[in-house]
Structures are given as C-alpha cells and as structure tokens.
Design a protein around this ligand. Sequence first.
Ligand SMILES: Cc1ncc(COP(=O)(O)O)c(C=O)c1O
Length: 366
Amino acid sequence: MGDISKLLKTHIQKAKPYSPTAALRLLKPRAKGSGFIRLQGNELPFGISPKVQQAIIDALPEAHLYPDSSYYDVMKALAEYTGFDAKALVLANGSTQFIDSLYHGFINQGDSVLFIPPDYGPYRIRLRICGGKAQLASRPPPDYNWDFDKVIDAITPETKVVVVVSPNNPCGDCTPEAGLRRLLEKDLLVVVDEAYYEFADSTLVHLVKEYENLIVTRTFAKVFGFAGLRLGYAITTPELAKYLTKVIHHFPVNRLTAAAAVAALKDKEFLEFVRREIRTNRVYLEQELNKIEGVRAFPSQTNFVLAQLSKPGLTSGKIATKLLLRGILIRDYTGKAGLEGEFIRITVGTKEQNKAVVQIIASAFS
Ligand SMILES: Cc1ncc(COP(=O)(O)O)c(C=O)c1O
C-alpha cells in the first residue's frame, strides 16, 4: 500500500482530539491514588456509594454474558426516577455518546449546528469529526447574559440543531425557560444537556411533554460518581427515543454499569447526601473566592465554580501551577469555551479540599 493518508478524511485528520485527562498521565503514580486532589474534572469527591460497589461485585460472576439488550431493570428504575415512561428514555455509554449519535442521526453534510458559548467544548469538536458546520450565537462578556434575540437571529435555513448546556458548563447558570421556548417554536431540534441537573434548582425536562423537538441528555457521571463507569441517558418523545436507539451502538452500557445504575437509583440516602453536601460546599467555595480581591466567582448551579481573575501578572496558568505544586488539580479555562479573560474552573470538593484551594488562591492574591 502506498500512502495510507490518501484513505483518511481530511477534516478528521485536521481535527484536534479532546483529551482533558491526558496530562494527568504525566503525574502518575500520584494522580492514580489519593495523592492528588482532583478538582479539575467535575468528578465526585466521595466516590460511588457502598451499595453501588456491592452491586458491581454481585454482578461480576455474569460479566462474561452480554447485557440484556432492553436494559429492562435500568429502564424501569430510570422511569421511576425521571417520571418519564421507559419509551421516552435512551441509554448511552456516558452522555457524551449522544453527541456523535445526534450528529449521525440529524446532521447531513452542509447542515449546521448552533452553539451558544461559553459552553461544553466536545459538542463543537465532535461536529468537526462528523462533517457538520458550527454556528455561534455567543453570550457576551463580561457577564455572559442570555440574549435570545441574538440566538434567534443566528438561526439560518441550514440550522438543524441547537445545543443548550443547562446548567451551563463552564458558567454554571441555568437557561431561562422563556428563551428555550422561543427556540422550541422553531423548525429545528433542540438538545439540552442537563449533565449537572441534580445540583440545580430547576430543570427544563417538563418541556419534553409539550414539544416534539426536544432531547434532554443527562449523566450518571456527576451526582452518582459514574465518571469512570460511564452511563448517560436521554429523555425525549417516544418517537425520537426510538430513532436515537437505532443510531446508538447496540449494548451501549456494560453489565457492571447497568447493575451499578439500578443500585445507585435505589440508594436515595446517598443521592441526598451528595446533593446536600455539594450544595453547601459550593456556596462556601463561591463566597470565599468572592472575598478575594481580584477574583470573581460566578454563581453556580453545578458541582463546580468558574472564577475570573483580574490581578495584573497573576494568570490562570500561574494559579493552576501554584495549586499543582501543592497537589491540587484545577482547570485552567483561559482562552477556552468562548470566555474572554483569565479564568479557572474548580470542582466542588470536600470541605477540607475547598478550604485548601481557597487558602492557596487567597495567599497568591494577597
Ligand atoms: C455539560 C457536560 N455534558 C456532558 C459531560 C460528560 O458526561 P459523560 O461523562 O456522561 O459523558 C460533561 C462532563 O464534564 C459536561 O460538563
């Protein structure tokens, strides 16, 4: 064979891979164990619940068998949890699996997807891989307020899908329902990513019962701590659920994760503990960061806090490095996701972790 690159698609060759945890490899072995405090990936600081751990152990003897392709037990538990019929639900190997599936299912060459940055980068990265075009209707700095007139104006005849991240990553706020309704009235598919739903005061999921063009995606990675186990789900109309199920790879969820999910949904005590603890710790993190002159923490409805830094010479890179040297990982957000200025994003950790992070940042700014 002569030149293998002739067989490759040019737009995929040119696309940059999304590898948020790649750098952590350099920090091994400490990052693998308890050495590093991981406040960079919006993971759960408490781990999975002991009942979920037991369910995985109990499922191990049958790990060699394919999963039940209807995922009956998970669907039943998820139907109870969400209040939607199982016919309106679709499972995926993490909610990010829906990104490609949505593009496979709805985007032909030349079609466009409208994004409203600041938002979650992988939606745009995967669109390049899938060959669609990105349109942007940004929320303007410095406050990143919603401007739905601008969003509506940005829609063209090529726009097939609009992606809304609510609560937003990285800003942390929820999308106003009235604005979302204006989008839903249009002739396009609206995807609402509610990865952080459990930490927020509101949801937009009830609109699925009113509109036939809405898909809400959620994940077990955050509140249930399944970032490593991988499980996401979508809530939509039975018609769109049937369509999406055809696009998603068969057996998207492995047997151990499926067993873990049923146990996680039953363990209400753990869920309430996590929600309560994260909310309390989030308020602490927001308040303490805002007390530091030169730091502005955005109000958050998630398990992370976005902070803008405005002290000359004190860049987000310097702060991230300072924390890294003290064994704490956070996310340097400068130049990312549609933000303008110096930004860091900190996952809400345990009380002790939050205290440590605040102390180090405060001393850098003093
Ligand atoms: C907005 C948003 N959606 C989806 C995900 C990832 O979900 P999953 O791990 O289920 O693929 C994240 C993770 O950080 C996120 O911030």
